[in-house]
Ligand binder design. Structure first.
Ligand SMILES: *Cc1c(COP(=O)(O)O)cnc(C)c1O
Length: 343
């Protein structure tokens, strides 16, 4: 391996399309998708809807826009969205929930981005009191990003769904890394399709497409989403070139996520064995969060690794994040493990 090659572990969004994916892209049949005349986009949407056993699906340029569209279609201005304090929709979408939909977020103090049915019940209590914002939507994230790739227990999700239904709340899943959860827990998309009103999935994270997310839901919800996507500026034209990357990713890059998870476990084992690491959070999928000795310091550690062309992310409060992905090769893995052991 060349000495100056960069090992980029900042996120699973850093991947570039493989040769085969690029070939699928350049040979795609395209048309004007605003007139629903792009056959490849239609194929991707039908494929995804079928995969999840949901009625319909819509292709989006980003996960943020797919989530923001879901929030918009489930709420009215002044309403309340209930989510974990770590939620991407609250922390990382630029205040979009407030800006686009005029909703406030009720944050639940969960564990690694996940909360319990009991906590949800407490958060919904007093829904009919006119003093408090009207609860209309519950958003959960699987896997949790800020929670270090943690996966929900399916039985807890079933309980949350029951509570949401009983209280007339819509139930949205931010599934940017849902396939990581499904692979790690050996679950299938249809189980999730049956539980949620809407689901967003990212094609550009672990699945390795350059762009794209999908929102899944009922025909009624997706018809509304189509209007909102236009309003948000997300209606695209000959976008089948990108949809082709998504189709290729769904066909070829789901099962291999297990390799990313395996590498994450091996990195975790090394981190737990070295004296300068004070804590490694539970690793369930492709995200590793750990802490180094205060005498070294997170920023300093990240800078030292950067000098070796190994890129990691600070996550605040002394936390350091590593994310494994499609472009993180076995060769890079050997180099990383060696550098971590020798630090
Ligand atoms: C990455 C991510 C998104 C969407 O991000 P985009 O960069 O807009 O595609 C949404 N939710 C979670 C949990 C994410 O990790």
């Amino acid at each position: 391996m060349k000495k100056n090659i960069t090992i980029d572990l900042i996120s699973d969004t850093v991947t570039k399309p493989t040769k085969q994916m690029l070939e699928a892209m350049i040979s795609a049949k395209v048309g004007d998708d605003v007139f629903k005349m792009d056959p490849t986009v239609n194929e991707l949407q039908e494929k995804a809807a079928k995969m999840f056993g949901m009625e319909d699906a819509l292709f989006f340029p980003s996960g943020t826009m797919a989530n923001q569209t879901a929030i918009k279609l489930h709420t009215q201005p002044g309403d309340k969205l209930i989510c974990d304090k770590y939620a991407h929709v609250y922390n990382y979408e630029g205040g979009g929930a407030a800006f686009n939909s005029g909703v406030t977020c009720k944050l639940i103090d969960g564990n690694r981005g996940m909360f319990t049915a009991k906590q949800l019940e407490e958060a919904v209590a007093g829904r009919n009191d006119i003093h408090v914002p009207f609860s209309s939507l519950v958003c959960i994230e699987n896997t949790t990003n800020k929670g270090g790739g943690a996966c929900w227990s399916f039985s807890e999700l079933e309980k949350l769904q029951k509570i949401s239904k009983k209280n007339n709340l819509s139930f949205h899943l931010d599934g940017a890394r849902l396939f990581n959860a499904l692979v790690a827990k050996n679950e299938n998309p249809k189980q999730n399709g049956a539980l949620f009103d809407t689901i967003s999935i990212c094609l550009s994270k672990g699945l390795g497409a350059p762009v794209g997310s999908i929102l899944l839901g009922s025909k009624v919800h997706i018809a509304k989403a189509l209007r909102i996507r236009k309003l948000f500026g997300g209606a695209m034209r000959q976008v089948g070139f990108l949809a082709a990357a998504g189709i290729y990713a769904l066909d070829n890059h789901v099962e291999r996520l297990a390799e990313d998870h395996q590498k994450a476990q091996e990195i975790g084992t090394v981190l737990k064995s070295v004296p300068y690491v004070t804590k490694v959070e539970t690793i369930e999928t492709n995200i590793i969060i750990f802490y180094v000795d205060e005498k070294i310091g997170a920023d300093n550690f990240i800078n030292k690794m950067k000098e070796k062309n190994i890129l990691l992310t600070p996550m605040g409060e002394g936390r350091i994040r590593i994310v494994t992905h499609l472009d993180y090769t076995n060769e890079m893995h050997e180099v990383l493990l060696k550098e971590l052991k020798n630090f």
